[in-house]
Design a protein. Structure first.
Length: 267
């Protein structure tokens, strides 16, 4: 490396709370583990929200709740949920509304499932599973929550899409199709919800580094994805979560139907 070679910028310091969600009741799906879901759940309670979290994995959900309650005692409740089952979704929404004591202000749809398969090798089950978890679950959760938010005349929904909804990557046709669908769904749902004072937006991250991703992705692919980014590094999961918190907050009060790229790979 020469003196003229630019250095890869280091991530900024972890953000200080700014009270962006004080008094807000927030429901987050797929909030266990080490990824964006837990990161956004943590950022929500740090910003003052009262939180209801869900995940399909009971043990990991319990571990996540324990960590969140250390930050915000008395402000975190949970329920396991399989977002591919409408009965589970309906039960989750009902439980979250009841626990809130008045109503849910923010829904963060984070559930998603990846995988790698070429079109010629992909089975119907592989295709359908990714579509069901990554796209149809967003519709199910939104369909269940919107009547409640519309009845209250306010609310915000934040969906987790991906830059793969815009760009192509071999072996990712099912995931890319699902995330492009999330983007289109977000725009359409936003138009339907706006007359009731409800906003619907999405984020589109690229590579956000966490332990599970490091275990399931080759170092070569991780390095290639990082090289595509303007900063030359993966995002921290909390950097994606920050944008989701912004969209959930009143600072984004005039934004709806938008997909914000948390990446330099917007087309």
């Amino acid at each position: 490396m020469t003196a003229d070679t630019p250095k890869i910028p280091a991530p900024p310091p972890y953000p200080k709370p700014r009270s962006l969600l004080v008094g807000q009741q927030v429901l987050v799906t797929a909030a266990a583990g080490t990824g964006i879901g837990f990161a956004v759940a943590r950022r929500c309670v740090e910003e003052g929200a009262t939180l209801f979290v869900s995940d399909i994995h009971e043990r990991r959900l319990g571990e996540a709740v324990a960590k969140l309650r250390e930050i915000a005692p008395g402000r975190v409740e949970s329920r396991t949920c399989d977002v591919t089952r409408q009965a589970d979704v309906d039960s989750l929404v009902a439980a979250a509304i009841e626990a809130s004591g008045g109503g849910i202000d923010v829904l963060i749809n984070n559930a998603g499932l990846g995988g790698t398969a070429t079109v010629t090798a992909m089975t119907d089950d592989e295709w359908q599973r990714v579509i069901d978890v990554s796209l149809t679950s967003v519709m199910r959760m939104t369909r269940a929550m919107l009547p409640h938010m519309q009845g209250r005349g306010r609310g915000a929904i934040v969906n987790n899409a991906s830059v793969l909804g815009w760009r192509a990557q071999a072996g990712q046709s099912h995931y890319a199709a699902a995330k492009a669908g999330v983007m289109a769904f977000t725009r359409c749902a936003a138009l339907e919800a706006a007359p009731f004072g409800v906003r619907v937006n999405a984020v589109a991250p690229s590579i956000a580094m966490h332990a599970f991703l490091a275990k399931t992705t080759t170092p070569e692919l991780l390095a290639e994805l990082a090289r595509r980014e303007a900063f030359g590094r993966p995002a921290e999961v909390w950097e994606v979560a920050n944008v989701m918190v912004f969209l959930a907050s009143d600072l984004a009060s005039y934004m709806t139907g938008e997909v914000l790229s948390v990446s330099s790979q917007h087309p």
